[in-house]
Ligand binder design. Structure first.
Ligand SMILES: [Zn+2]
Length: 303
């Protein structure tokens, strides 16, 4: 009697399990692809001007957007010449982000005001220097600007945006602490840079003396007089290292280094990346860590 009762219950139990499995497999089969399709449709299409906004947008919009970059690897962000296809690409995208009208004067014109200049409401702004992302507090604000715009139209991403922003904020604070700590104790505070005026924000924040060979515009020809003055100063100060930008004419850097008896180290502006760096997907944090590593060596910072 008891065995029969148990058997009936076991049979009923397996019948329920069987029904449940059939139901879930049918439901699962018909439901899964449409769920995947709708997730795919939710990925936003974002276009950015150059590597600086690309490296920031990538952090904030992780798992939220496909991001494409307009300025090709190695090209000059200041003097980019947009093609008709560039305009079409911007029009197709959900969002277009760039740094500022000062950094990319072409961006406002071709986006017809539909793009977002990220360099608004920055905590530290030097109107003469467009390289605002070299300051970690500015970079955080620009990341926040992206999140604020996206969440208005896409509140479904609110949690993801908050999470991504939180992670990025932690990294930026960590970088700032590290920079502050390393730069408290250096044998030299003179950054002689065979490049353009891209690191002014860093120098101001950490009390370094930044001496670029050319002004704020990448690609400007240095004058012979400026080169001669720089060589003289480097020699007088007996500096072992000077700095340069990888995208710049390396012959000028090699000449100055040879004449002043110094070695060169790279600094990365992040406004452009080489093809290799782009393919390796080097992040903002990685570039700023490489800068810190080279500055530590070049200025003799540390214990
Ligand atoms: Zn620049």
């Amino acid at each position: 009697m008891q065995a029969g009762f148990l058997k009936r219950h076991i049979t009923a139990f397996f019948a329920v399990i069987f029904f449940f499995c059939v139901f879930t497999s049918i439901y699962g089969c018909s439901k899964k692809p449409s769920a995947q399709a709708s997730n795919k449709a939710q990925i936003l299409q974002v276009v950015v001007s150059g590597y600086a906004p690309y490296s920031i947008a990538k952090e904030v919009l992780k798992d939220i957007a496909d991001i494409s970059i307009l300025i090709p690897p190695g090209a000059d962000a200041h003097h980019f010449e947009p093609l008709p296809s560039t305009i079409a690409e911007i029009q197709k995208a959900d969002y277009f982000f760039y740094i500022s009208d000062k950094m990319e004067p072409w961006a406002l014109k071709i986006s017809n005001g539909s793009g977002l200049a990220l360099a608004v409401n920055l905590p530290n702004l030097n109107p003469k220097d467009p390289h605002v992302w070299i300051d970690f507090a500015n970079t955080y604000k620009m990341a926040e600007n992206i999140a604020s715009v996206v969440v208005v139209k896409h509140p479904e991403f609110e949690d993801k945006l908050a999470k991504n922003l939180g992670v990025f904020s932690g990294e930026l604070k960590m970088l700032d602490r590290l920079y502050s700590k390393i730069f408290t104790n250096c044998q030299s505070r003179d950054i002689y840079h065979i490049g353009h005026m891209a690191f002014g924000y860093m120098a101001k924040k950490y009390n370094l003396n930044f001496r670029p060979l050319i002004g704020a515009t990448f690609g400007a020809e240095p004058s012979a007089k400026n080169m001669a003055t720089m060589i003289k100063e480097i020699k007088n100060k007996h500096l072992s290292y000077i700095f340069t930008e990888e995208a710049l004419n390396s012959k000028i850097a090699a000449t100055i280094a040879a004449e002043s008896n110094a070695k060169t180290l790279n600094l990365y502006t992040i406004e452009q990346a080489t093809k290799d760096e782009f393919e390796q997907n080097i992040s903002y944090k990685q570039f700023m860590m490489m800068n810190l590593e080279n500055l530590t060596k070049g200025l003799g910072c540390g214990e």
